[in-house]
Design a protein around this ligand. Structure first.
Ligand code: AMP
Ligand code: MN
Ligand code: MN
Ligand code: MN
Length: 289
């Protein structure tokens, strides 16, 4: 099906979301989603629950993950869809990618202590549903709930973005490895929210060319992170680079996310939807035809 309400990017308590996989499945169904993927950061531990919940509520389902990658000294995200979640190389790669997070969290807390914010490590950990996956989002929740900032946007602007006092540079996976783990596990690699990065046009071209060269097949065009103009820009990019297009809210939390599950514009009709590449990887619910 070319037009359908696919939401192929969101987060559960297994990474930095606030809902369980089952709560997300129900919310997606309620919002009219027909094809759903859970894409936790660097972690596939929620996929078994997500698959059962999707079947229970009558949603077609794809496995998913969002891998943190360092490219030209920036952090970028590669979404994987429709892979075999038991693939040993993928699992080992994700384990390695997550492995530095606790150390990084301690360094972030030390940095924040230097600017007068005490107890941030324990504070962030308290919000992490998965202690192996402490993320900047958990620090942001701590800083909002303790009244240091008004909202998570302000926390990132003041403390957690590159160059701010709580930011700690981190070496994530390489682009080649992330794309390779996903594709060798039978999935499709998707360049996530391309408008969020701060590359100049040459660097962005290098990213797209390398991504494609390593076997990347799709790019997010319609996402909760993109304005209408950015959707148009990256629709054009998809055509220029011969990439399929993906669509996903990047939903994290009812209290924090501006875009709810499935509440997004459709993909432009000129593009090849990523799910057409994944027809044999979709786990069909019994209520779909
Ligand atoms: P980490 O993987 O620990 O570096 O955390 C990255 C996560 O922080 C992203 O996946 C988003 O959920 C969140 N994030 C990044 N920038 C912002 C922002 N400006 N406002 C709110 N959340 C953000
Ligand atoms: Mn996140
Ligand atoms: Mn992301
Ligand atoms: Mn995301």
């Amino acid at each position: 099906m070319k037009t359908q309400n696919a939401d192929l990017h969101c987060h559960s308590v297994v990474s930095d979301g606030t809902l369980t996989p089952a709560q997300l499945a129900l919310r997606a169904k309620t919002n009219g989603v027909s094809l759903w993927a859970l894409t936790d950061h660097d972690e596939t531990g929620g996929l078994t629950d997500a698959a059962s919940a999707a079947a229970a509520v009558g949603l077609d389902f794809l496995t998913g993950v969002e891998i943190s990658v360092t490219f030209l000294r920036q952090t970028i995200h590669i979404v994987g869809l429709g892979f075999d979640a038991d693939n040993a190389t993928l699992k080992a790669g994700l384990l390695q990618t997550r492995s530095g997070r606790l150390r990084r969290a301690r360094q972030m807390a030390d940095d924040l202590a230097r600017v007068g914010i005490a107890g941030a490590f324990e504070g962030a950990l308290h919000y992490a549903g998965n202690p192996d996956l402490v993320s900047r989002t958990h620090f942001a929740r701590f800083l909002v709930d303790t009244g240091v900032c008004r909202d998570t946007g302000e926390v990132f602007r003041k403390y957690l973005n590159d160059g701010k006092p709580g930011y700690v540079a981190h070496q994530w996976a390489t682009l080649q490895n992330a794309v390779g783990w996903i594709t060798r596990a039978g999935g499709v690699a998707v360049l996530a929210h391309p408008a969020r990065y701060r590359f100049d046009s040459n660097q962005e071209w290098a990213l797209l060319a390398d991504f494609k060269g390593h076997g990347g097949q799709a790019i997010e065009v319609v996402t909760g992170s993109h304005s209408v103009d950015e959707c148009k820009t990256y629709a054009q990019t998809a055509i220029e680079f011969g990439l399929a297009a993906s669509r996903g809210s990047d939903f994290h939390s009812p209290d924090e996310s501006h875009t709810d599950l499935g509440i997004l514009p459709p993909l432009p009709g000129t593009l090849t939807p990523v799910w057409t590449l994944l027809a044999d990887r979709i786990v069909r619910s019994s209520s779909s035809c």
